[in-house]
Write a protein that binds this ligand. Sequence first.
Ligand SMILES: [Zn+2]
Length: 170
Amino acid sequence: MALLTVLEFPDPRLRTIAEPVEHVDDALRQVIDDMFETMYDAPGIGLAATQVNIHRQIITIDVSEDSDEPLVLINPSFESISDELEQMQEGCLSVPGFYEEIKRPNHIRVKALDRNGESFEMEAHDLLAVCIQHEIDHLNGKLFVDYLSNLKRSRIRSKLEKIHKLEQSN
Ligand SMILES: [Zn+2]
């Protein structure tokens, strides 16, 4: 197992569109295990492969209190999305230190492959629904800051750029 480096906004690689996974094999399961390790270490409740510079459609999630309900979605797609929206505070390992209220559909149905390559469908509500949508956005090169006003997004951008510059000069 290995900890992976998480890309941070405004890194342009976060805008890459992930490719579908063709074969679920041991090499892919290794990537999934590394993603879980990186996510739990951060700590975070969700991670998309895009965030660790692997541009394939893989997301890892665990919204349980005890971090003991790992969920992996490979090639996820929406089967249905509710009209009802819910506002929740979101954060992101790629936008560290910033939390903003975002409105999203609060009930979704998704289809994906599991870590054995078997197809499954699941329903998700509330936090899990939000988390899955947030991670699927990553696979499409989209970040939660894209839902904010230009002003808010550029403030976050310049604060993070300052931090990144400091980190480089150290
Ligand atoms: Zn994120």
